[in-house]
Design a protein around this ligand. Structure first.
Ligand code: GTP
Ligand code: MG
Length: 345
């Protein structure tokens, strides 16, 4: 999963990046990229059984997409748009603290509205260009129709993430990377004082704002500072602050469930690995995550559960004990399924 950290100048993007992706190796030109592993006790248990040569946790890639002009000061720069385009989800960091370097007082409501307006305008331009081309080619059909419906929705000032589309209709939009179609998490970046101010409770809680859009809050500066501490000191400091865990941990969990991601697991002496997929993914598609050959040559999935594996401790013993089910290509993969794919190429 790729998470784009966006927001106006001085909102705390870089600090949020440091808070959410501690120890991330920064790479990339202009855009800071860092990834973190998604902690997964199920993988730890498989590793215990198989002592694999390689262990792979699910990963979340964070990108600090860089600076826009100030709120309302015009279009986002091309480099920022380019970075945002490749993301699966956008996090809009909203300044809710005094920053003497930033222009004016913090104004979360204004920033949220202006940011969304900008995404809507960008998408209108993209879809209008596409519609224009199709008119010239006098094309008809579902693509053209969906294009039109999207434009109507946008011209009401609404983001595409709130437009109801079924899977087939949505498929007409793949490949254009529409900005307002991406799930959005509004992240209020609160000053330390506001972290326990009742008036800001709404900004701290996790709230669903609409389809594919949520808001929550952190004090990024504090979280970033926590990450500089040794693990023991960090635990103490968290306890002092009355926090159950670092924001990075809860953010990962939240993002996973918001985006309806689950993981299936593969195992063996070579590799134990978590594979993130959308809930509802069928076995054959899931196989394609591992390798496109396995999707193409899919025969069946041999599915089992971790609880049984903890008892029987090998693929052969599982089969002998009748703890492995055979599932076909339409089987809907469940969170935590252990899977061996059989395929033929
Ligand atoms: N009080 C307070 N200050 C913060 C917080 N988060 C960031 N800051 C401060 O705000 C300033 C800007 O933070 P950055 O993380 O650099 O913000 P940015 O959005 O990356 O800024 P640009 O890249 O310059 O647009 C820094 O001085 C931070 O220390 C916060 O949660 N509380
Ligand atoms: Mg920055």
């Amino acid at each position: 999963m790729r998470v784009g950290i966006c927001g106006y100048p001085g909102s705390g993007k870089t600090t949020v990046f440091q808070a959410l992706a501690p120890g991330a190796k920064i790479s990339g030109k202009g855009v800071s990229l860092g990834s973190i592993k998604v902690p997964d006790p199920r993988i730890d248990q498989l590793v215990e059984i198989f002592s694999p040569r390689k262990t792979v946790y699910a990963e979340i890639l964070f990108a600090d997409v860089g600076n826009t002009a100030g709120p309302g000061a015009g279009a986002f720069p091309a480099a920022v748009l380019e970075a945002m385009r490749g993301m699966d989800v956008l996090v809009h960091v909203v300044r809710a603290f005094d920053n003497p370097m930033a222009e004016g007082d913090d104004n979360p409501k204004r920033d949220i509205a202006l940011f969304d307006d900008e995404l809507i305008l960008l998408d209108m331009a993209l879809l209008e260009r596409r519609g224009e081309r199709w008119r010239k080619e006098s094309r008809k059909g579902m693509e053209v129709q969906i294009n039109q419906r999207c434009l109507e929705h946008l011209s009401e000032g609404l983001p595409l993430r709130s437009l109801e589309l079924d899977a087939l209709q949505r498929s007409t939009l793949v490949g254009i990377q529409l900005f307002s179609l991406k799930p959005l998490i509004i992240l209020y970046n609160l000053s330390e004082e506001r972290m326990d101010d009742d008036a800001w409770a709404y900004a701290r809680e996790l709230r669903q704002l609409g389809p594919n859009s949520w808001s929550t809050g952190i004090c990024a500066q504090l979280e970033a500072e926590l990450n500089e501490l040794e693990p023991e000191e960090r635990m103490e400091m968290l306890a002092d602050l009355g926090l159950a865990e670092p924001a990075a941990a809860s953010f990962v969990r939240t993002a996973y469930s918001l985006l309806d991601l689950i993981s299936f697991l593969t195992f063996g002496p070579d590799e134990c690995r978590a594979w993130p997929i959308r809930r509802g993914t069928v076995a054959r598609k899931a196989a394609g995550k591992v390798h496109s050959d396995i999707e193409r040559g899919f025969i069946r999935a041999e599915v089992s559960g971790l609880a049984d594996m903890l008892v029987h401790r090998s693929e052969a013993a599982m089969r002998a004990a009748g703890k492995t089910r055979l599932e076909g290509k339409e089987y809907v993969v469940q969170d935590g399924d252990l899977i061996v794919f059989r395929f033929n190429v």
